[in-house]
Design a protein around this ligand. Structure first.
Ligand SMILES: [Zn+2]
Length: 301
């Protein structure tokens, strides 16, 4: 098997990297993976993840919710409920921070297209990009979206015509970080906004649940960002962080999944208790929220 093993830190290039945590893929394979930490910059990344198409096998589970709208069960229903609520919140956030009521937006890693469709319905000109073919078909049938495979980004990246580029829980999956950040930069107008939501490895729930924290989601999550390391990475690629917002509700879903992984008898109840505790703490320390949304602008040249 083709595996991705980093000998230097993918963020700062330091050779001073060491194991941080061993985490099991509870979702698909049952295999264990090491998450490494860079002693120099603190970046956390998965070691030994399958490269390229070999990763596809690890996504084939029917329970991978962002690619599937049909899943039953209480945790899945809660996921869909929170997603519906968050759609409106996300759209309002985009319009507030961009100071635009309509504009050009590209949503990378659109899944079944719910966010892209919500923005389109609000009058935005939207292009969606999604790797998974069946998710693209659902998005096209359900919402009539202009949804394309990732290769199409190579053609439109140099237009620098988008007001907003969004990656909702996508960056942590992308093998080629260099390409992802460079493309985002090239897609945006000089005043454009890059919006990146990722799990927060420095969150209260990550610290509490340790290797059971479901948002490590190895090997599908290759990178485990913190507010500090994503800011460093953005800077490296020509961006400045202008705002960050907590997504504290993710703590509930993540904690429920974590408790299920731990084979708790009542994962929803136990997960709710941890989620509630994480949510309360994130009101005080927003940077400890389970997931974060980061807003970046291009640095002045
Ligand atoms: Zn480093």
């Amino acid at each position: 098997m083709n595996k991705i093993v980093h000998t230097v830190c993918p963020l700062c290039g330091s050779k001073d990297i060491k194991p941080f945590l061993s985490v099991t893929d509870f979702h698909a394979s049952g295999e264990s993976f090491i998450i490494a930490v860079c002693s120099c910059c603190g970046f956390l990344f998965t070691q030994g993840a399958p490269a390229g198409e070999e990763m596809d096998e690890y996504y084939k589970s029917v329970t991978y919710l962002p690619h599937n709208d049909q899943r039953r069960g209480l945790i899945a229903q809660l996921y869909y409920m929170v997603r519906r609520y968050m759609l409106g919140r996300k759209a309002q956030m985009i319009e507030k921070i961009s100071r635009l009521q309509t504009g050009k937006l590209i949503d990378i890693g659109a899944g079944t297209g719910h966010f892209a469709a919500a923005m389109q319905q609000r009058g935005w000109q939207v292009v969606a990009v999604e790797k998974n073919e069946s998710a693209r078909m659902i998005a096209r049938d359900k919402f009539g979206l202009d949804i394309r495979p990732p290769e199409s980004l190579d053609e439109c990246a140099h237009q620098s015509s988008y007001d907003v580029v969004t990656l909702w829980h996508v960056m942590e999956h992308l093998e080629d970080l260099n390409k992802a950040w460079t493309q985002a930069y090239d897609l945006l107008t000089p005043n454009g906004l890059l919006v990146v939501a990722v799990p927060n490895a420095a969150s209260y729930d990550a610290a509490r649940l340790k290797h059971y924290w479901a948002a490590y989601d190895v090997p599908r999550h290759l990178w485990h960002f913190t507010p500090d390391t994503i800011q460093q990475m953005a800077f490296k690629y020509g961006f400045l962080m202008t705002a960050r917002h907590p997504m504290p509700f993710d703590a509930f879903y993540i904690a429920m999944l974590s408790r299920r992984n731990q084979r708790y008898r009542f994962p929803v109840i136990s997960g709710f208790v941890i989620g509630f505790s994480a949510w309360l703490r994130s009101l005080v320390k927003r940077e400890k929220s389970s997931s974060m949304v980061y807003i970046f602008r291009k640095k002045a040249k």
